[in-house]
Design a protein around this ligand. Structure first.
Ligand code: SF4
Ligand code: SF4
Length: 118
């Protein structure tokens, strides 16, 4: 059952994040850091109530000095990029075993539902 309880929201996000395999990016690379979707919970975690404005160069406002300024709180799409068969890193980075495309699409479907949690 959906809830406005922040602890529950954290747990639901954490369960989705945990399904995403980890990998090492190229140090200092933010090449895939364009505008991304954020859930209300993720925005609150970085102290915002709407997505950060796009920079003049089209990059995410948090991609400063070759790193993500909110890495620990980056939203799901940032975590997912490079880990799915049809969402690969242009530099060939990614987990040894990427998620099948359908698993990635399922995560995105579930993620989209999070914003409708009351
Ligand atoms: S996924 Fe690839 S393009 Fe994106 S930051 Fe990592 S190394 Fe760079
Ligand atoms: S939140 Fe961080 S990882 Fe996500 S697009 Fe912005 S700078 Fe990149």
């Amino acid at each position: 059952m959906a809830s406005s309880d922040p602890t529950r929201r954290a747990a639901v996000h954490g369960r989705l994040y945990a399904r995403i395999p980890a990998f090492e990016c190229i140090e200092g690379c933010t090449d895939c850091c364009g505008p991304v979707p954020w859930s209300a919970y993720e925005l609150a975690a970085v102290g915002l109530d709407s997505p950060p404005p796009e920079r003049a160069d089209g990059r995410c406002a948090f991609s400063l000095a070759g790193r993500c300024d909110v890495h620990e709180h980056r939203p799901l799409m940032c975590r997912l990029y490079g880990t799915v068969e049809d969402l690969r890193c242009p530099h060939g980075r990614g987990p040894l075993v990427p998620l099948p495309a359908e698993a990635g699409h399922d995560l995105v479907r579930r993620y989209k539902r999070l914003n409708s949690m009351p």
